[in-house]
Design a protein around this ligand. Structure first.
Ligand code: PG9
Length: 609
């Protein structure tokens, strides 16, 4: 730490520091004061044998900085020469202050004393520049998921020394489509278990289930109103906010980054994986919003074949899906390290494409100068009788609809049972790519599929489901999954007939017209439901089939809809839940279909590096 930047006020004084020299770095632990006097626990790692002035690379986290240094000491960026900084956010682990989930929103910009994770990042950078010797005056920030969101928050009013950022799998809007809600449907297992983990005390506490199979446990728990009555006893602020704000109101809108992503001054590398089981929508939307104001080409997108944070490992496969190369290693060495070296150390000649995307199915990295691709054509893939899918519209002589009975007491599992707790056992990290055959025989799952494809079909943008459907109830969920079905005689025999989900999303029917103002459904009336399944870049290869599945439950990743309209599902009682008869239409008047943005021809391949 430099001695010459003597702090003037008592609260600005550099607090006591603990130092340790180990594996090439000197580690210092320090409490850094924020503008309101709250001190945040920070670890600083300075390379031992450097003569050049170095930039900072910073990560902020709610998960505890203990052990964070091990990750960087041996990573490719350690060799490059950075001063690494790790910080516990307010109220977590050794940091002072009160933890509020995602800082309970962006601070009130009119309040000069307001703080949030934008000001905390700013104050930390200010302190580092003044107090750590031999820095070159530049800072980079990166992180995955919550730390990714903290990196995105640092961009809202960036410190002038912040010269590069990489928000990776950052949520953007927890109601619309990240960890806690998707189109209004509540992500029960994640929302419950994450709240318990973060708000039981200042450290990470995994919820202690008395059953291995949480499908059973959540079913026994029953209505969401039982959570506070029996378990949380109103002590968990995040759960109480779920209950208090069932609809898309100011609480959620103020937390979403959308209104603030209206300028870009810091080069930003947005990163996520196609099979992200937690925050897939967030990073795509952050890229999309920043792109609207990106006049100087500072905003980039990288999407690999990864689950949540999967680029931290080799990334050669996920579950049973093989990607043909070490995509994670490639990202860390050839994308992430050069990005920061260029902006923080003037090193190299950055050739980062606008969008560098791994095309799943064909297993290759492809670069695009515009995303979604300029010349993608939107095609409609229609549902038909006999559970068929085709690009031709339904005709009058076909049966009008398919039906099923959705019973909230026997919900469709989202992955094969036993479903172990989210962070406590195998299953969560790769459930998205698990073979969907475990469900397609269920009478409450409708399965439609094409004939084997005569040529490759490559998605080059968004996938949207347009369902025409009716329910005998007054509220209903509609879940749509799009699946790549491998040929029956596949070159890798144990993958024959495999059903790989490319994307899947729910829509809570009460929000079909407005996310702010839910409305009951008129029983047995056909309505149109539009469900965004987000961008994709998958190649359905010749000989494969495209499959679409529809159901009304997906448990316990999504809570059960009572199927009877109640003002607030978080306050529903067990007696409110009822079975309902569902109909999915495929008639000329009510032609359910998928809208696919399809590439007319093959993009420029960068090779499977
Ligand atoms: N998906 C996690 C998260 C991010 C932000 C808020 C809540 C949860 C995470 O992995 O950090």
């Amino acid at each position: 730490m430099s001695q010459d930047s003597a702090p003037k006020k008592e609260k600005d004084k550099a607090p006591a520091q603990k130092q340790e020299k180990k594996s090439g770095f000197t580690k210092t632990e320090v409490m850094i004061p924020m503008r309101d006097g709250v001190k945040l626990n920070t670890m600083i790692l300075v390379p031992n044998d450097t003569t050049e002035k170095l930039p900072f690379l910073m990560q902020r986290t709610p998960y505890g900085i203990g052990g964070a240094d091990l990750g960087v000491r041996f990573g490719p960026m350690a060799k490059e020469g950075y001063i690494f900084v790790f910080q516990d956010v307010r109220g977590r682990f050794k940091s002072e202050g009160i933890f509020a989930m995602m800082s309970a929103g962006v601070r009130d910009r009119k309040d000069p004393k307001g703080t949030d994770d934008t000001t905390d990042a700013y104050d930390t950078i200010e302190w580092l520049l003044k107090n750590v010797e031999n820095n070159n005056g530049r800072v980079g920030i990166y992180g995955v998921s919550y730390p990714g969101w903290l990196a995105a928050m640092a961009l809202l009013d960036p410190h002038p020394a912040l010269k590069a950022a990489s928000p990776q799998s950052s949520p953007i809007d927890q109601w619309m489509g990240d960890d806690f809600r998707h189109n209004g449907a509540f992500r029960l297992s994640y929302g419950f278990e994450y709240t318990a983990m973060m708000e039981t005390d200042k450290t990470n506490q995994l919820y202690k289930f008395d059953k291995l199979d949480t499908y059973d446990w959540y079913l026994k728990l029953g209505a969401l109103s039982n959570v506070n009555e029996r378990l949380f006893k109103n002590k968990m602020p995040t759960w109480n906010n779920f209950v208090k704000h069932p609809d898309y109101d100011a609480f959620w809108r103020d937390q979403a980054l959308v209104p603030y992503l209206n300028k870009i001054t810091v080069p930003t590398l947005n990163v996520t994986g196609w099979f992200d089981q937690e925050d897939f929508r967030g990073p795509l939307k952050i890229y999309e919003y920043l792109e609207k104001v990106d006049k100087d080409n500072k905003n980039f997108l990288v999407v690999g074949p990864w689950n949540h944070g999967g680029w931290g490992g080799a990334g050669s496969s996920l579950g049973k899906i093989d990607f043909g190369s070490a995509t994670g290693t490639y990202f860390r060495e050839k994308i992430q390290a050069p990005f920061f070296a260029y902006y923080l150390k003037d090193k190299g000649d950055l050739k980062q494409p606008e969008a560098l995307l791994f095309q799943t199915g064909s297993n290759k990295w492809v670069s695009h100068d515009k995303w979604p691709v300029k010349n993608a054509i939107t095609k409609k893939l229609y549902f038909h009788s006999d559970r068929k899918l085709s690009f031709n519209a339904p005709e009058a002589n076909e049966t009008e609809f398919d039906g099923y009975r959705s019973d909230p007491n026997n919900p469709v599992p989202y992955r094969p049972r036993p479903i172990r707790a989210t962070y406590q056992g195998p299953g969560w990290s790769d459930w998205v790519v698990q073979d969907q055959r475990f469900n397609d025989h269920r009478p409450d799952v409708l399965t439609y599929q094409t004939e084997p494809l005569e040529e490759d079909i490559v998605i080059g943008g968004s996938i949207t489901a347009k369902l025409f459907a009716a329910t005998s109830g007054t509220d209903s969920d509609w879940m749509v999954r799009i699946i790549d079905v491998y040929p029956e005689s596949y070159r890798q025999p144990d993958m024959s007939g495999y059903q790989l989900m490319i994307s899947g999303e729910p829509l809570r029917g009460r929000y079909r017209k407005s996310f702010e103002k839910p409305e009951p459904i008129v029983p047995n009336q056909v309505e149109e439901y539009s469900i965004d399944l987000h961008w994709n870049h998958h190649c359905f290869q010749k000989g494969h089939r495209i499959m679409v599945q529809v159901s009304s439950t997906w448990f316990p990743v999504i809570d059960r809809n009572p199927q009877k309209y109640v003002p607030n599902i978080f306050e529903a009682k067990d007696s409110d839940f009822q079975a309902a008869d569902q109909k999915v239409y495929h008639s000329p008047k009510a032609p359910s279909h998928m809208e696919l943005m399809i590439m007319p021809n093959e993009p420029k391949a960068v090779g499977s590096r």
